[in-house]
Design a binder for this molecule. Structure first.
Ligand SMILES: [Zn+2]
Length: 159
């Protein structure tokens, strides 16, 4: 398990929309209360900084997504990190009824001997098998299984 900073939830409202940015690890300490205050018709949750989700954190996250849905708020997930994608693949309720805009895909660079995440185009349902490493310019390989990694989007495609 890699170390991680404490999670941080920031909320900014603009008109009828709200942007919620979550960073760090989602754990039992993550507090979504401010993100649930009444007001917005649409909520976008930016998840690119989420590097870890534990089993307590995912329960709180599911309650958060469900509370938005119960309140009739349209929820869009953006910049969904690799950790969040893997969580949503294991636990389908973690996506709830949320739409998904952009997600990250994991790549492995042999030259750097390192994993790197690349953001995919909005609405992408697969990842290129190869990409250029932003650090060394070498060829990186997609480091997961396409059908598994994108499985959580299935419901969105069908609807
Ligand atoms: Zn590299």
């Amino acid at each position: 398990m890699t170390s991680s900073t404490a999670s941080q939830v920031t909320v900014s409202d603009e008109g009828e929309g709200r942007l919620v940015t979550v960073r760090g690890a989602i754990t039992e300490a993550t507090d979504f209360t401010a993100a649930l205050s009444a007001g917005p018709k649409r909520v976008t949750v930016e998840l690119s900084g989420v590097d870890r989700v534990n089993s307590f954190g995912v329960r709180g996250w599911i309650r958060f997504v469900k509370a938005l849905s119960d309140a009739g708020v349209a929820c869009t997930l953006d910049g969904v990190s690799v950790a969040m994608v893997r969580q949503m693949n294991m636990i389908p309720q973690a996506r709830g009824g949320a739409a998904v805009r952009t997600i990250y895909a994991p790549y492995y660079c042999e030259q750097c001997d390192d994993e790197r995440a690349l953001t995919l185009a909005a609405g992408a349902t697969s990842a290129p098998e190869q990409a250029t490493c932003p650090s060394c310019g070498g060829v990186m390989e997609f480091d997961d299984v396409q059908a598994t990694y994108f499985a959580f989007l299935g419901e969105q495609r069908a609807s």
